[in-house]
Design a protein around this ligand. Structure first.
Ligand SMILES: [Fe+2]
Ligand SMILES: [Fe+2]
Length: 177
């Protein structure tokens, strides 16, 4: 964790978002494991592997909430401290992530009727999605959030942003923690 983030209180909004990144990284790893399981599956194990892939993709769709928190609360805060180009770039990456997640979802839902023919497309869609998402989270964790923590030092502002962000909903269910 970047030292600027580690120095913040545990319940600070940026700490919450970094923890969500850790959860999303775990989900990305499980998604990849499920796709790899499908690659090596026999006829007997294929249905279980397909179910794992579909479950992992459906779970990734819940990361919409995380992106919404950032788009509605964190990126506007970036504009307030003149990080305009950063906010625009990150929003553009979110758009790319949404598009890749939609493509991945299509490939995953198409795998059941014809697994052999569509496996390579599923693998490509998963890798492409994971690559963009991992890079994006690295940038937020290591560069943007530390700069933002440094630029906004008013705890009252962060408390307000925290409430607004949490109003978007909960990323985690009981079974995820
Ligand atoms: Fe983001
Ligand atoms: Fe994020």
């Amino acid at each position: 964790m970047h030292p600027h983030i580690a120095a913040l209180p545990d319940d600070h909004l940026l700490r919450v978002l970094v923890r969500e990144h850790d959860v999303i990284r775990r989900w990305l790893g499980e998604l990849e494991s499920a796709v790899v399981c499908l690659e090596g599956a026999s006829e007997a194990t294929r249905p279980e592997c397909i179910r794992r892939v579909l479950d992992a993709v459906e779970r990734m769709r819940r990361t919409d909430l995380h992106r919404r928190r950032e788009e509605l609360v964190v990126y506007p805060a970036c504009l307030d401290v003149s990080f305009d180009e950063v906010a625009t770039a990150l929003e553009g990456e979110h758009a790319e992530m949404k598009q890749k997640l939609a493509a991945l979802t299509d490939e995953a839902r198409a795998i059941a009727p014809s697994p052999a023919a569509t496996f390579d497309r599923l693998l490509g869609a998963m890798r492409s999605f994971r690559f963009v998402y991992d890079n994006h989270m690295y940038k937020e964790d290591r560069v943007v959030f530390p700069l933002l923590a440094n630029a906004i030092r008013d705890e009252g502002v962060w408390r307000r942003l925290h409430v607004e962000a949490m109003n978007c909903g909960a990323l985690l269910d009981q079974e995820d923690v």
